[in-house]
Write a protein that binds this ligand. Structure first.
Ligand code: MG
Ligand code: MG
Length: 246
């Protein structure tokens, strides 16, 4: 799908709300805070902006954020367990404005984290930006994932296979999928007006995953730490424009 400049303007508004949710949640993260409290921060930003949540009620999901600490990769349901000093927590959230969607994720440190966790966060975010840099008219969709994988595996980490990025627009999850791995030069050609959510999930250990008994949370099978960074990005004539920023 190629979105018009008018549609992308609406997605920019939705993206700004998502970015504000992340900024306020980042400010609230400290040892002792619960992910349910962080969900409340996200709800307040959505309400204040007259937006709607695309997470709440999605296949029955009960919150406006996914909160995935430590070895939880994605889709964690917020709960009343306090975060602890040294944890990392992945926050994924989205918003709808005038029918158009934004979607972004960040992994944050809780208090002081060790050097290993710090490097995982840095490399995962770098892998996202490497993928974004491939979002140019004429490139192929697998160029994005190849760039992500090269950075993540180059640091000795693994890339999750079962969960991938996606096109985004009037629905949160549109086709095509945007994998975070694979050879370059494959798949549909990228065109001006394409908008994708690129979202590497990178594990410190092995790539295998397991779904928790709640049916939502996804964890690393080996219990290793995992990080998740995501932006919604439009392809413009001048290259990629990240929409989920303030
Ligand atoms: Mg997301
Ligand atoms: Mg997404």
């Amino acid at each position: 799908m190629r979105r018009t400049p008018d549609e992308i303007a609406k997605m920019r508004k939705a993206g700004r709300v998502v970015a504000e949710m992340h900024a306020r949640i980042r400010d609230a993260i400290r040892p002792g805070v619960t992910t349910l409290q962080l969900d409340q921060v996200g709800r307040e930003v959505i309400e204040r902006n007259g937006a709607r949540s695309n997470f709440l009620g999605y296949h029955g999901f009960p919150a406006v954020i996914c909160a995935s600490p430590n070895h939880v990769i994605v889709h964690g349901i917020p709960n009343d367990e306090p975060l602890e000093d040294g944890d990392i927590v992945s926050i994924d959230c989205g918003a709808i404005i005038q029918g158009y969607h934004g979607d972004a994720a960040h992994t944050w440190p809780v208090g002081a984290i060790d050097a290993e966790a710090e490097k995982l966060l840095r490399v995962t975010e770098e892998s996202l930006w490497a993928g974004i840099s491939q979002m140019r008219d004429g490139n192929r969709i697998s160029d994005i994932g190849h760039a992500v994988q090269t950075v993540a595996e180059g640091a000795g980490y693994s890339v999750v296979r079962e969960y991938v990025g996606h096109a985004i627009g009037t629905a949160m999850h549109e086709k095509p999928e945007v994998p975070n791995y694979g050879p370059p030069g494959k798949g549909p050609k990228l065109r001006v007006g394409n908008v994708f959510a690129v979202e590497p999930m990178v594990n410190l250990g092995a790539k295998e995953t397991q779904v928790l008994p709640d049916g939502w949370g996804v964890v690393t099978l080996d219990g290793s730490l995992s990080a998740h960074f995501e932006h919604s990005i439009a392809i413009t004539p001048d290259g990629p424009e990240v929409l989920t920023v303030l």
